[in-house]
Design a protein around this ligand. Structure first.
Ligand code: F6R
Length: 261
C-alpha cells in the first residue's frame, strides 16, 4: 500500500486525475470503477476540465462500473448513483450512458442483481482502476462494519451513521434510503489498481484504521491491506491520525519519477 499525504483536496484531484488518465491513455478500452459521494467531486471536475481543454485522453472506448446504488428511490431520481455519476462525470467526458453500468435496484430484479452485476464486470474484463472513498465508520463502497471481507455484490443495510452522513444530499434525513446494492469487498479487491481518496478530519480515524489498524471486518476499508496495488491519497486533515505519517511523507518525497503511482 502506498500512502501519499498531500496538502489539499485539489492536490488529490490532480494526482487522482493523472492516475485515471494514464490508464485510459495506456488502454483505450479501459474499465473505470467509479465512486459517488463528495470526496471524488474535485477529481471528476479536474477530469472534465482537462477534457474540455482538449488535454485529456479519448474516452470513447471506456466502460464504467459504479460501486453501488441506492435501493428504493424512484428510477431516475437525481440522487440515484446512476444519475449522480452521469451528472458529475460521465456526461461531461462524453461517455455514453450505455457504457456506464450500475447495480440494478429495480424491485423485481433485486434477488439476482448482485450476480448479474458481477457477471457484467467479469465480461468487461474486470476493473482497471477503482476510485474509492471511505465512510466515517470505515465502510468501503457500502460494505458497512461487519461485512465479510470476501463479500460479493449484494444488498446491504446502511448504518444510522452513514444515513446521517448522506442526509445532506436529501431534503430530509428520512428520505435517505435504508438499503443499497453494493459491490462486495471481494469484488472491489479484484480491480487491478485501487485508488482511495479521503479528505477532512471526519475521515482521519477511519483512514488510520484502514491503513494502520488490523485487517478486520470491523473496519471494512482495512481489507485494502490485502491488495497488491493500492494508492491512498489523503489531505492533511485526513492523514492527521496516521502513526507513520512522517515515513509516508519521506517515501513519497524520495519516490523516483519513473515509478508512477
Ligand atoms: C460511494 C461509496 C461510499 C463513499 C463514502 C464516502 O459510492 O461507495 O463508500 O465513498 O460514503 O462518501 P463521501 O465522499 O461523501 O464522504
Amino acid at each position: 500500500m502506498e500512502v501519499v499525504p498531500l496538502g489539499s483536496a485539489s492536490e488529490i484531484a490532480v494526482l487522482a486525475a493523472d492516475v485515471i488518465e494514464a490508464v485510459v491513455r495506456r488502454k483505450r478500452a479501459a474499465v473505470l470503477g467509479l465512486a459517488t459521494g463528495s470526496t471524488p467531486l474535485p477529481v471528476y471536475q479536474e477530469l472534465i476540465r482537462r477534457h474540455n481543454a482538449a488535454a485529456g485522453p479519448a474516452y470513447d472506448g471506456v466502460t464504467c462500473f459504479n460501486l453501488d446504488e441506492y435501493v428504493g428511490l424512484p428510477a431516475g431520481h437525481e440522487q440515484s448513483y446512476r444519475a449522480t455519476i452521469a451528472r458529475e462525470l460521465t456526461d461531461g467526458l462524453g461517455i455514453s450512458p450505455a457504457q456506464v453500468n450500475g447495480p440494478d435496484p429495480s424491485p423485481a430484479e433485486l434477488p439476482t442483481a448482485g450476480e448479474r452485476y458481477e457477471a457484467l464486470i467479469k465480461a468487461a474484463g474486470g476493473v482497471d482502476v477503482q476510485l474509492l472513498g471511505i465512510g466515517s465508520d470505515g465502510h468501503l463502497a457500502f460494505n458497512e462494519p461487519g461485512s465479510s471481507l470476501a463479500s460479493r455484490t449484494r444488498i446491504k443495510t446502511l448504518t444510522a451513521q452513514t444515513r446521517k452522513d448522506n442526509a445532506r444530499f436529501f431534503d430530509s434525513p428520512d428520505e435517505v434510503p435504508t438499503h443499497v446494492l453494493t459491490q462486495g469487498l471481494g469484488t472491489v479487491l479484484e480491480a487491478r489498481h485501487l485508488l482511495l481518496i479521503a479528505t477532512g478530519d471526519g475521515k482521519a480515524a477511519a483512514a488510520a484504521a484502514a491503513v494502520e489498524g488490523p485487517v478486520s471486518a470491523s473496519c471494512p476499508a482495512s481489507v485494502l491491506q490485502l491488495h497488491p496495488h493500492v494508492t491512498v491519497l489523503l489531505d492533511q486533515a485526513a492523514a492527521s491520525r496516521l502513526d507513520r505519517l512522517d515515513y509516508y511523507t519521506e517515501v513519497y518525497a524520495a519516490k523516483p519519477t519513473w515509478q508512477g503511482l
